[in-house]
Design a protein around this ligand. Sequence first.
Ligand SMILES: N[C@@H](CCC(=O)N[C@@H](CS)C(=O)NCC(=O)O)C(=O)O
Length: 220
Amino acid sequence: MSLVVFGAPLSPFVRKVRLFSAEKGLEYQLENVNPFNQPDWYRELNPLRRVPAIRDGDFTLADSSVICQYLEERDPQRPSLCGDNAQSRARIRWLEKYADYEVAPLATFTVFRNRLLKPLMGKVCDEAAVKGAMQEKLPEHFDYLEKCLGGSDYFVDNRFSLADIALTCQLVNMRHGGEELDAQRWPALAAHFQRIATRPALAEILQGEQQIISKILAKR
Ligand SMILES: N[C@@H](CCC(=O)N[C@@H](CS)C(=O)NCC(=O)O)C(=O)O
């Protein structure tokens, strides 16, 4: 198997690359790299020392967006997950960026990090920060995303794409941190999350993640 994905399974960006690969029918091997305790050799793969990175034969690459774009272009005969015209591609990139740069700082780097990672590292959860993210900051993003979805099952052209993957990956971390989307307030978004999370590719990935979460919680 030539494609190797380096990173930790609970990272939303690693999950994005794994899910993207699985949905494209690409086989890959996951090599665990803890983002907070990386081996020295990882600097060769990503000088920024963030996960994920990949190795594809002799070729290496970092950053989940760049990796997904590469995988999309590497096998053009496989079903496209990045849109098939300029406007769809741009819209998908916008929503991916929105998930990675607007939702991630709150859903992952605030809710997930405080509720799950900090206690694991012997640090105290900042519950006020979690409440601020859930009650003050995330709602305006969810309002916007609910509007973007409209009556569709998927964000762009009503076709499953990287936009659906990127947002769902962040909301999985929010759920790992013990918080769910309010389905009364954001019914389309909550249904979208269920739709993507129950696709076989993500359901399988999440099964593995749940085992890791259970082990973490059992240690407390
Ligand atoms: N834009 C990057 C973000 C990757 C990222 O922030 N990864 C986190 C883990 S979720 C990380 O490696 N953090 C370690 C660090 O920043 O030192 C991508 O999409 O790959």
